[in-house]
Ligand binder design. Structure first.
Ligand code: PGA
Length: 241
């Protein structure tokens, strides 16, 4: 399976940037043998992507109705979104998103043919207390819906302390965590045993080749470095080589 190189623009970028990216990636999207490219811009700019796969950063847990400000999974499907991030640590932290809510969102997405990118990851406090794997395990068991399979959903392991800090997890830590996640999928969620597991947290051109070559790292979720064409491209090209 191709590695998924997914950009999460967070609340950054504009229509012009999205169009610029799309044009810059046209030939790469068509010619990449080992990479599946995806950008998740803010909602208003999703429609500016045409060659690059369209993704979103969040969706409603509800199917529709009186939920001012929310965007339903079915609406994202109408816009041609293929993927949608759910449970990002910033949503958990600033919007009180619980595991249950994340699971509901993932369910809505799967029902609408969109692959959720379900984010999990421990805080520095969890890690220092030796609880990193337990925290991640609980998040996975509580957020991956029973409808998820190896092919209709994706996991993203993003240690919270590595997001936006410039300090990625070490290869050794990533290898251990992804290995444990794979075993957890195989033993507890057999229908999702081959689900792609992305790594996220300060992925950049200088560490991409090393991180993306680790066993059970099936792609990357990239924040800061996805805002510059040359950096995002360099990360994907590290896979192609
Ligand atoms: P970062 O963000 O690459 O800027 O660390 C990753 C993310 O938040 O998904």
């Amino acid at each position: 399976m191709k590695k998924l190189i997914a950009g999460n623009w967070k609340m950054n970028g504009d229509g012009e940037t999205a169009e610029f990216f799309d044009t810059a990636f046209e030939s790469h999207v068509q010619n990449s043998d080992h990479v599946e490219w995806l950008i998740c811009p803010p909602f208003p700019y999703i429609a500016s992507l045409g060659y690059l796969q369209r993704g979103a950063q969040d969706c409603s847990a509800h199917e529709g109705g009186a939920y001012t400000g929310e965007v339903a999974a079915s609406m994202l499907a109408d816009m041609g979104c293929r993927y949608c991030v759910v449970g990002h640590s910033e949503r958990r932290q600033y919007h009180d998103e619980t595991n249950e809510r994340v699971r509901q969102k993932a369910e809505r997405l799967i029902e609408n043919g969109i692959k959720p990118i379900i984010c999990v990851g421990e805080t520095l406090e969890d890690r220092e207390a030796g609880k990193a794997f337990d925290v991640v395990k609980t998040q996975i068991l509580d957020t991956v819906p029973s409808s998820a399979t190896s092919y209709n959903a994706v996991l993203a392991y993003e240690p919270v302390w590595a997001i936006g800090t410039g300090m990625a997890a070490t290869s050794c830590d990533v290898q251990k965590m992804h290995g444990m996640i794979r075993v957890l999928l195989e033993t507890s969620l057999a229908q999702a045993s081959e689900m792609r597991i992305l790594y996220g947290g300060s992925v950049k051109p200088s560490n991409a080749a090393e991180l993306l070559n680790i066993d059970n790292v099936n792609g990357a979720l990239i924040g800061g470095a996805s805002l510059k064409v040359e950096d995002f491209l360099a990360i994907g090209l590290a896979v192609e080589q």
